[in-house]
Design a protein around this ligand. Sequence first.
Ligand SMILES: Cc1cc2nc3c(=O)[nH]c(=O)nc-3n(C[C@H](O)[C@H](O)[C@H](O)COP(=O)(O)OP(=O)(O)OC[C@H]3O[C@@H](n4cnc5c(N)ncnc54)[C@H](O)[C@@H]3O)c2cc1C
Length: 380
Amino acid sequence: MKAILIGGGIGGLCAAIALQKQGITATVYEAAPELKPVGAGVGLAANAIQGLQRLGVAAEVVARGKQLTALVMFDGAGNVISHMDTQPLSRKYGINNFVIHRADLHEVLQQHLQPGSLVLGQRCVSINQHNGQVQAVFADGTQATADLLIVADGINSVVRRQLLPDSRPRYAGYTCWRAVIENPGVEINKMISAETWAPQGRVGMAPLKGNRIYWYACINATANDEAMRRITPDALAAHFAGVHPPVQAILAATKPEQLIWNDIHDLKPLKQFAFGRVLLLGDAAHATTPNMGQGACQAIEDAVVLGQCLGQEADIAAALKKYEKRRMARTAKVIRLSRLLGWVSQWQHPVLAGFRNVVFRLMPKQIDQRQMEDLYRVDF
Ligand SMILES: Cc1cc2nc3c(=O)[nH]c(=O)nc-3n(C[C@H](O)[C@H](O)[C@H](O)COP(=O)(O)OP(=O)(O)OC[C@H]3O[C@@H](n4cnc5c(N)ncnc54)[C@H](O)[C@@H]3O)c2cc1C
């Protein structure tokens, strides 16, 4: 059996590994001419690490990242809003609250692909399927044919738009900067992932392996705002003036070329992932806002479930429908919850923000815990 995967992101690479483990000849076609060692950090929860274990790559991934012991929310003054010890969950579900540089994760995944199965510089422009075959057409006019095709080209997927023309990303109302920097000598707790809900916006940070820090900052803004596009680390640090000490120091220590900027979008949950021998996977199928840190985690789950479905069903279309059934409700729930969490955590009105902080301070820990356990209980 031959498979084409469009997109060499976390979803496409994991799916290719899962398919190759099933004995399928899987080739990934990636639009970028090279996979650069840039990018920010990515947090992986216990469900993702369990998925990586199934793919046989977890040990190498874990060796290159850092496991943290707590998740702490602060207000702008540095007072704790909530403190979750993530160790009991790690003991129950396996490595959890784990953070890694994206480039390191990509490198490990690529090393686990069969040689020659990643083709760079090939942008898919359309697909078609007939007579039990699928065909991908690339921007340079070349084509590839296989028995099935996995669409893993991200939130702005051109292939998804061909299949579902109305499925456009929706803006979440806030814009986001990220970077990985060398710690400039700032005192931070090296065992926690932290998020600060300040009146000016949200800033999160986590230590990476080595002396590096991954940080992100989200500010309410209109979509595609020119002023936001042009913002410098110094201007961002000035925006967060008055917020508790490590935040400003870390923003100010960032070099302009380290800054990655994106408006935050997600996809309204889709009603279909499988289209005969063609399947949507990862962000192309169910892009979510990053508030729960679950987008890549769900893409990894997708890959494992896809491998299982193809291993269990001889009929490709039936296997893909089986995948759709297993993945649809879970990924839709993540999209909805994550969007809600983002909406609440971006509240800037002082009364609303104060009320939110009180509610989160008083919220019984079991509620947080239950939400997380739901995510960590995987069905593979
Ligand atoms: C600010 C931010 C923070 C995040 N933090 C986390 C986190 O902590 N934890 C977490 O689990 N998730 C997080 N996510 C989500 C996560 O990044 C995504 O869910 C994940 O990267 C999706 O992987 P993917 O492979 O589906 O898509 P992508 O990563 O978008 O990869 C798609 C690939 O397809 C290629 N491509 C695009 N078009 C074509 C084409 N036409 N032909 C061929 N190739 C094409 C692209 O070049 C790209 O390499 C975050 C997202 C954001 C925006």
